[in-house]
Design a protein around this ligand. Structure first.
Ligand SMILES: [Zn+2]
Length: 132
């Protein structure tokens, strides 16, 4: 059941991820970026929506280590709330970290990994892009 229960906005997000793009909804009227996607702009009332690839750079605002994974044998996952540089927040997973945290204010960059048969955006520490 590939897209069962997936809204149009989520479908755009997921299709972008398949192509390695982090698509963020932006108001077609006033240009304000927003997440989660909404059918109408809270700023100007426009119902025109655009999707724009995000550079995917941000920082961790909040995080939890999930010890109740979907499958009992999976290792714990770190679920994060990321604030992107363009000012929107999204929930994702943190990958490629060696320690148990804390991860507040960690600078992260988007990456794309297969999760349950889909390619989904996750975030990894930005520092690993340019090793000192
Ligand atoms: Zn607007």
């Amino acid at each position: 059941m590939p897209n069962a229960g997936v809204s149009r906005a989520d479908a755009a997000f997921l299709e972008g991820a398949e192509q390695g793009l982090l698509l963020i909804q932006r108001c077609g009227g006033c240009g304000v970026p927003r997440n989660p996607p909404a059918p109408m702009c809270g700023e100007c009332g426009s119902v025109v929506q655009e999707y724009e690839p995000s550079p995917g750079r941000g920082r961790v605002v909040s995080w939890i280590r999930s010890r109740h994974p979907n499958r009992p044998d999976d290792p714990p996952t770190d679920v994060i709330l990321v604030e992107l540089e363009e000012g929107v927040r999204l929930v994702s997973n943190l990958v490629d970290v060696s320690g148990p945290g804390p991860f507040e204010d960690l600078e992260v960059v988007v990456d794309f990994r297969p999760v349950d048969g889909r390619i989904l955006p996750v975030f990894r520490p930005a520092a690993e892009e340019s090793p000192a």
